[in-house]
Design a protein around this ligand. Structure first.
Ligand code: M6R
Length: 369
């Protein structure tokens, strides 16, 4: 059942191009319009939404953090993303015009379920993004957009994450289309680019051998740090979470802009720092800022592991290890940038002799608060 792979996690990482393609299937028509009729919230209601709140836990929360950038950019609706376990306990402000999006692979995570119940009690509409048909979270929501990742067995989430991102982009683009923002042309071009993403994820998977080699060479390290900005920041958090879960290493993700506000004190000789670099096109200001971050940490002895767009020549001189990913629109970059981090964590776990599919102390689905 592992399809020739040693671990379910490896199989699930390899299945990502298909999972992404399946999640898009039937949801974009030939003219590039989104067909999300399955989301049974009428366009008239979506047009009235004044605030979006995303609730989720763990990896699904990181997908939600990325969704916030996409939703606010394409729809101009204010969006906040919150850990489901924190949301309910701070008396959040919700009403009939609030759209709550609950993201969950299993559909059974108790914290997320309690958050959505609370939201519905306040009159908010709840849309679930879920991978498990008929599970509790979609059953208790007003609407559901299923991710079509297929069953995810490994405790560490991989293919579900990529499909959650796809579903979030679809919702963001759909809300943008329904409400007709000034980004109409960009929305159409991103929809086209989304159709290319499965191929690009496949390309990333084909170039992972150096990443595995690098991971093996770091097996005796105690700490790995991750830096990112904009949508690269949640990617950094996700890379760190994978490493904690699988390699039991101290791994922390930071917003690169925060470096000088504290984390730079952690940089010492040989500490591995993974940096997710935004595209030099698009938000190029951020690109340049992150390149200077890389120079700063390298000057202090860090071993820089740089994930950057193929052909980005400005970062290469400062990268001890360069991991190249295909060019994508800025907001879609997490779909390709996360994959090397999954492979990295999986290989480090193996090199450290850890149980990959069943890390210690963890359960696949957390059904208690
Ligand atoms: O089933 P869910 O998506 O609701 O699960 C949420 C988290 O428990 C889950 O993503 C967890 O963080 C994973 N083990 C991460 O790899």
């Amino acid at each position: 059942e592992k399809g020739g792979y040693d671990y379910f996690m490896l199989k699930e990482i390899a299945e990502q191009p298909k999972a992404v393609a399946d999640t898009l299937l039937g949801r974009i028509d030939l003219a590039g319009n989104l067909c999300l009729d399955e989301v049974r919230i009428p366009a008239s209601v979506l047009r009235e939404v004044s605030k979006v709140v995303i609730v989720a836990c763990g990896t699904a929360y990181h997908a939600g953090m990325i969704a916030k950038y996409a939703i606010e950019h394409w729809t101009r609706i204010p969006c906040e993303t919150e850990l489901a376990s924190e949301f309910r306990y701070r008396d959040p402000i919700l009403d009939q015009r609030t759209l709550v999006i609950a993201i969950s692979q299993s559909g059974e995570t108790m914290d997320t379920l309690m958050a959505l119940r609370h939201a519905r009690e306040q009159g908010a509409k709840v849309l679930a993004i879920c991978n498990t048909n008929g599970s509790t979270i979609p059953r208790e929501s007003d609407a559901v957009l299923y991710t079509h990742a297929g069953p995810e067995v490994a405790v560490a989430s991989t293919k579900a994450f990529l499909t959650q991102l796809v579903a979030c982009y679809l919702v963001a683009l759909y809300l943008g289309q329904v409400r007709g923002t000034k980004w109409g042309d960009e929305i159409l071009s991103v929809i086209r680019e989304l159709s290319e993403i499965a191929t690009q994820v496949d390309q990333v998977l084909e170039t992972m051998e150096p990443v595995r080699e690098l991971a093996r060479s770091l097996a005796d390290k105690n700490t790995v740090l991750f830096l990112g900005r904009h949508v690269g920041y949640p990617v950094a958090l996700e890379g760190a979470l994978k490493l904690k879960e699988l390699a039991y290493m101290h791994a922390e993700g930071f917003a690169a802009g925060e470096l000088k506000h504290g984390p730079i004190a952690l940089i010492e000789q040989d500490v591995p720092v993974v940096v997710v670099v935004p595209s030099p096109r698009g938000r190029s200001v951020l690109h340049d800022k992150i390149v200077s971050n890389i120079q700063e940490i390298r000057a202090r002895g860090a071993r820089t592991i740089v994930i950057a767009e193929r052909g980005d020549e400005t970062v290469a001189p400062y990268a001890d290890h360069l991991i190249e990913i295909p060019a994508t629109p800025t907001l879609l970059q997490p779909l390709v940038a996360t994959v090397p981090l999954q492979v990295f964590a999986c290989e480090l776990a193996t090199a450290r002799g850890n149980e990959v599919d069943q890390p210690r102390n963890l359960a696949k689905s957390v059904t208690v608060e």
